[in-house]
Design a protein around this ligand. Structure first.
Ligand code: PBG
Length: 325
């Protein structure tokens, strides 16, 4: 027998051959575009640390919802940037608050052609920047926060969200949101649970995006990057409480966790390619150190390959446009 007998390179010899045997594909319908909508601005405001991403006005956001629908994206995930923040994050519960009016705008613009999703968390709305309200000692109060999350879920569904995404890592958050939605007649509203969320340095640019100056850190509620078995515990709890889709976040330093979660459960798995992950690529590409498009394609493919069917990425619209070329 001639040596070598096995020649894996045969299947890599041309673009057509590589296409035929590709195991993983990225479709626009699997991509979700996170968007920031700010209150009280008249022009979109660039977010310096996230090149290409802006804080939208309600009007520019409307155009972006329509574009996302036309591109065939899976959805948009909305974040509100309120003009005034307070200790309770009261803007989150106000039906006239920025996130809730933006959800209504989005729904009016796209109907059921595009899934409208909302981040369900208090950090964009609190003046201390934590994901929940604080107790007398200044600690994040889990159970007091749950009461607010439950009401937020209902307000967001009533404003037009098809999908709500509890992201504050409070224990029991999925269960209370599910019960509140059901009690208010919103049994169709889907819960995309940020089930696995690590306390990560990669959220840095997001702070600028939502104008948050966090006091302290989130280590008492977000997960320790040292742990992966704990991720499965979080996922199983969330599914038990009623999560329809579970998410892992961030994505790139946690591809092993995405793969573990995918193997452990049968619900759809999402992953969030977050602000700091995109900022690194944009900064390197701006210096000519990386081929921007190839890097983006490889990153999103790797998240899909790890096992996430759904990917939240700030590059969703750009990628979808490129995929349909
Ligand atoms: C919580 C939330 C955060 C992000 C999404 N939802 C911030 C945090 O948990 O600290 C980060 C997204 C990103 O960095 O791109 N509201």
């Amino acid at each position: 027998m001639p040596f070598p007998a096995d020649r894996p390179r045969r299947l890599r010899q041309s673009p057509a051959m590589r296409r035929l045997v590709a195991e993983t594909h990225v479709q626009p319908s699997q991509l979700i575009l996170p968007m920031f909508i700010a209150e009280g601005i008249t022009e979109p405001r660039p977010i310096t640390s996230m090149p290409g991403v802006v804080q939208h006005t309600r009007d520019t956001a409307r155009k972006a919802y329509a574009e996302a629908a036309a591109l065939g994206l899976g959805g948009v995930m909305l974040f509100g940037v309120p003009e005034h923040k307070d200790a309770q994050g009261s803007g989150a519960l106000d039906p006239e608050g920025i996130l809730n009016v933006a959800l209504a705008d989005a729904r009016a613009e796209v109907g059921d052609d595009l899934l409208v999703m909302s981040d369900l968390c208090l950090d964009e709305f609190t003046d201390h920047g934590h994901c929940g309200v604080l107790d007398a000692q200044g600690r994040v109060d889990n159970d007091a926060t749950l009461e607010i999350y439950a009401q937020m879920g209902v307000v967001q569904a009533e404003s037009g969200a098809h999908v709500v995404g509890p992201s504050g890592m409070m224990d029991g958050q999925v269960g209370v949101v599910r019960s509140a939605l059901d009690a208010a007649g919103h049994d169709d509203t889907v819960i995309l649970a940020y089930a696995v969320k690590y306390s990560s340095a990669f959220y840095g640019p997001f702070r600028e995006a939502v104008g948050s100056s966090l006091q302290g850190d989130r280590k008492t509620y977000q997960q320790d990057p040292a742990n992966s078995r704990e991720a499965i515990r979080e996922v199983l709890l969330d599914i038990d409480e009623g999560a329809d889709i579970v998410m892992v976040k961030p994505a790139l330093s946690y591809l092993d966790v995405i793969a573990d979660v995918r193997a452990a459960v049968d619900v759809p798995v999402a992953a969030y390619n977050i602000s700091g992950e995109m900022a690194m690529v944009e900064a390197a590409a701006a210096n000519g150190w990386l081929d921007r498009e190839r890097t983006i394609d490889e990153i999103i493919l790797s998240i899909r390959r790890a096992g996430a069917e759904i990917v939240l990425t700030y590059w969703a619209a750009e990628l979808a446009a490129r995929l349909s070329r």
